[in-house]
Design a protein around this ligand. Structure first.
Ligand code: NAD
Length: 538
């Protein structure tokens, strides 16, 4: 059987494909008539042609400061390489804040990004002062881009101490992107004491760690390393490490190990070539990824991909560089590398490789903007840098050339969600309340506080200990421990008898007769194990 497609038929097939693949197929498709269906293999050929001609639409926000200059340079390179993408420019950034939109984006921008599933963004400025949160962090968190992936590779032509010493670097940092202290949940407990809450969750950790292992497998990584501080933060970082060890069992082909973050930092600046894929919690990941940027030549070469299940965001690591904005001298490399990661993310591997080879060739030949490179060679401006890359399409660098792999475009269109996804990793274990930590304000000495607290313990509670800034100061301690005006008073039930919330509230009400209670935390047992930390010295 042979089928020749009329234009109407093309439209019909296009609609069928849309319903199956949820992919937009331009119609009429120029190469459509070339495919004739004889048998199943022809059908696959048809799919390939459809995919090749499927121009995806993505949202683009140019950003503030140098953002528009470097974004224009990158889009010019994409256009010269016939990258099959269409752009929907959205309103985000400081000027949107200034117009009175408190989250830094218009409702239309939010809708467009949620419809398209992919945002390519320039750096954005967060207005100074309290009450306004960073648009960059808000975007990553709102759309649950749970994994922040940053690739740091030696770039031939960008001199560093390691490139000069012949030590190659190829490190991928995967940073958890939602949780940790980035929840930004902070309170002043007394006029002297600030508290930040750090959330590390099992589902959130599993999500990013699974992504890191899958990515490491694709990268054919020699090693995947969990970075943590579980020796000190046994419950939070301990949970992250436990998740890593659990997922590692599913990937026996990968060498998986762990390292304490301070040890990692020392080793990164002495032997960066020992590491391949690193997976970290949010704050430690933020710091370590900037350290890695320094290893390969600075922020001008640090790309970043924020990956989510439905929406992903690609951006450079650096900021708006207000000191050089509007001068057309910024280095567009980091944004270009982020854009190339985006092209690979949507299957445009061929475009990505051709452009990356041209970029590497350009760097290798000494072309540079003012922020890096051989100072004996005059620098070029942003536009000239982009034009040089375009003129080098088809050329390959001597070192680190990328293999050309034919495009296999997917679709970034996200599933339409009706409700917020609830992530629960396993069935709840048996839970009992066995005590409470009351955080009280007081400038009295520990013994005096203990005497008062004992009077409130009643028949259900024992006063276990009192600590100040996490160090036990009662029943034992040292007079050399400096104090601040906020204590943690720990009560536990007698012989671990289960308590209920009313017991705790009763104690709270009683204690409030003597003290200002700034905060409290229940002490739980999960499956027979204490689920809280001990004070230093307890
Ligand atoms: P920055 O990264 O903007 O600048 C630090 C230094 O690096 C400056 O000297 C700058 O000139 C230089 N620099 C940065 N990018 C460069 C480039 N592409 N080419 C040449 N030189 C470059 O950091 P900052 O000054 O701390 O922050 C400025 C603003 O950017 C702040 O409002 C901050 O909140 C914002 N910011 C945004 C993002 C983001 O959008 N993801 C990230 C970081 C900072």
């Amino acid at each position: 059987m042979q089928i020749n497609f009329s234009k109407n038929k093309q439209k019909e097939v296009s609609n069928i494909f849309f319903s199956i693949f949820n992919a937009r197929i331009p119609c009429p498709c120029p190469n459509f008539a070339a495919v004739r269906i004889h048998e199943v293999s022809d059908f696959y050929e048809l799919i390939k042609v459809l995919k090749k001609n499927n121009h995806m639409k993505i949202a683009v926000a140019k950003g503030d400061g140098i953002g528009p200059e470097i974004m224009d340079a990158v889009l010019k390179i994409f256009s010269a390489n016939h990258v099959p993408l269409e752009y929907d420019f959205v309103d985000m950034g400081k000027w949107v804040f200034d117009k009175g939109f408190n989250n830094g984006m218009t409702p239309e921008a939010k809708q467009t990004i949620e419809n398209l599933g992919l945002l390519f963004k320039g750096p954005m400025e967060t207005p100074k002062g309290k009450g306004v949160k960073s648009i960059n962090v808000t975007a990553r968190k709102t759309w649950n881009t749970f994994a922040n992936k940053r690739d740091f590779r030696t770039l031939h032509g960008v001199d560093t101490v390691f490139s000069k010493a012949g030590i190659p670097i190829d490190i991928t940092v995967v940073r958890e992107n939602i949780e940790d202290t980035y929840g930004g949940i902070e309170h002043m407990l007394t006029h002297d004491v600030a508290l930040s809450r750090r959330f590390i969750t099992r589902p959130g950790s599993m999500q990013v760690i699974r992504y890191a292992f899958e990515m490491a497998k694709q990268k054919k990584a020699k090693r995947i390393t969990c970075v943590h501080k579980a020796n000190i933060m046994k419950i939070t970082d301990g949970l992250f490490l436990e998740c890593f060890q659990e997922v590692a069992k599913e990937y026996p082909e990968l060498k998986a190990d762990d390292i304490i973050v301070d040890d990692l930092c020392m080793k990164l600046v002495t032997r960066p070539d020992l590491f391949d894929v690193l997976v970290l919690t949010n704050l430690q990941g933020d710091i370590v990824s900037d350290l890695c940027a320094g290893l390969v030549g600075g922020l001008g070469f640090a790309p970043s991909a924020n990956i989510g299940d439905h929406i992903s965001i690609f951006e450079a690591v650096h900021g708006t560089a207000p000191d050089i904005a509007g001068k057309n001298i910024a280095n567009p490399t980091a944004l270009l590398l982020s854009g190339l990661a985006m092209l690979r993310h949507v299957g445009l591997t061929e475009n990505a490789a051709v452009i990356e080879n041209a970029l590497l060739y350009t760097l290798e030949n000494g072309t540079h903007t003012g922020d890096f490179g051989d100072k004996t060679i005059p620098s070029v401006n942003t536009t000239q840098f982009a034009d040089t890359i375009i003129s080098n399409f088809g050329k390959k660098p001597n070192i680190g050339a990328r293999e050309i792999i034919a495009n296999e475009p997917g679709t970034p269109t996200p599933l339409k969600l009706e409700t917020n996804p609830m992530m629960i990793s396993k069935e709840s274990e048996s839970e009992t309340i066995v005590g409470v930590d009351l955080f009280i304000e007081s400038d009295e000495q520990p013994n005096a506080i203990a005497e008062k607290c004992k009077r409130h313990a009643g028949v259900k509670f024992n006063l276990i200990n009192i600590s100040n800034r996490g160090t036990q100061v009662w029943p034992t301690g040292s007079v050399y421990t400096n104090l601040v005006n906020q204590y943690n008073v720990r009560f536990e039930s007698i012989e671990d008898e289960p308590l209920n919330q009313q017991d705790v509230i009763g104690l709270y009400v009683s204690m409030s007769g003597n003290f200002k209670i700034c905060s409290f935390e229940l002490l739980n047992m999960w499956a027979g194990k204490k689920a809280y930390s001990l004070a230093q010295g307890q």
